[in-house]
Design a protein around this ligand. Structure first.
Ligand code: C2E
Ligand code: MG
Ligand code: MG
Ligand code: MG
Length: 287
């Protein structure tokens, strides 16, 4: 009896493993064609000033509607794209579209709006990355200070002369740098010391757990104090409730981003005013 149970368990386990593996292989294989067929879209999520609830900018978030696999979430395909190198093409497209979208918002909505773009370590290692950024800014007619590049701590794990020089070159151009998902990686405070960051993005896990967990609350408070001492802007990610917004605003957090304000939206739907609830009901993208 126990052997049979174990046998069943084993079969289920391998079946699950195979399904996940097959999905991963399919995703990696489909990415090359997706690049050739331009299957990617970019959505934009407002980053809102907590003092007046107005957007200060937006974060570009890539979306993939695959001809063969249907909708694939970034959490599923970004890593695959990093592994097979397609992230370099995908990332260039996102950068070009995002800078162009931001230039339109600045003309039509608010000339101070900024655009945040996620960049993977593999993109930094391509020698012409800085030139790609410069060309995208020039093509869009956007000043470097309107662009913020978001990196996670994994970029800094690739600690190399190339990464360091690239971050410094970008900073010297006037491009802003944000440390994304702060607190979830191999957080090492020396990163903030060694690299010219302008912004800290506190990961949504801590923001959300703060409501029920005293340790998460203290970590958010300590991160905010540290950022303030260092003169860094802070964006709290994953703000979903009024309670979370009030907590963050009372602590002096500058900016929030999350479903309370708006979901990621098509560029043409970018709001001039994201007072809570104003656009939260718009659900063109499930996140
Ligand atoms: P991220 O850079 O930390 O982006 C924030 C993620 O949180 C987005 O997920 C966004 O939709 C989601 N989010 C925003 N507000 C809320 C909220 O209130 N609650 C919850 N539960 N989630 C919220 P998304 O778009 O699925 O992207 C996931 C990750 O994929 C991003 O995390 C980023 O690391 C990566 N990614 C997305 N677009 C790109 C890209 O163009 N290039 C690269 N290299 N990575 C990208
Ligand atoms: Mg990000
Ligand atoms: Mg993040
Ligand atoms: Mg993330």
């Amino acid at each position: 009896w126990s052997r049979r149970a174990a046998g069943n368990g084993y079969r289920c386990f391998t079946a699950g493993m195979n399904a996940a593996l097959v999905r991963r292989i399919n995703i990696e294989a489909a990415l090359h064609e997706a690049v050739a067929n331009a299957e990617f879209r970019v959505c934009y999520q407002p980053i809102v000033r907590l003092s007046d609830n107005r957007p200060a900018g937006g974060e570009a978030l890539v979306r993939w509607d695959s001809a063969s696999l249907g909708r694939v979430r970034p959490d599923e395909f970004i890593e695959a794209a990093e592994n097979n190198g397609t992230i370099v093409d995908i990332g260039r497209t996102v950068l070009q579209r995002a800078t162009a979208a931001c230039a339109r918002w600045r003309a039509e909505i608010d000339p101070a709006l900024r655009i945040s773009v996620n960049v993977s370590p593999q993109q930094f290692l391509v020698p012409d990355f800085v030139a790609t950024v410069t060309r995208a800014l020039a093509a869009a007619g956007l000043p470097a200070s309107a662009l913020e590049i978001e990196v996670t701590e994994t970029v800094l794990l690739h600690e190399s002369a190339t990464v360091n020089q690239t971050l410094t070159k970008l900073s010297n151009l006037g491009v802003r740098l944000a440390l994304d998902d702060f607190g979830t990686g191999y957080a090492c405070l020396s990163y903030l010391y060694d690299h010219p960051f302008h912004t800290l993005k506190i990961d949504k896990t801590f923001v959300q757990d703060s409501m029920t967990n005293a340790t998460a609350r203290k970590l958010v408070q300590a991160s905010l104090r540290m950022a303030q001492e260092l003169g860094l802007d802070v964006v709290a990610e994953g703000v979903e409730t009024e309670e979370q917004r009030a907590f963050l605003r009372d602590l002096g957090c500058d900016y929030g981003q999350g479903f309370l304000f708006a979901r990621p939206l098509p560029a043409t739907d970018f709001p001039g005013d994201a007072g809570a609830g104003a656009v939260a009901a718009v659900d063109t993208d499930t996140g």
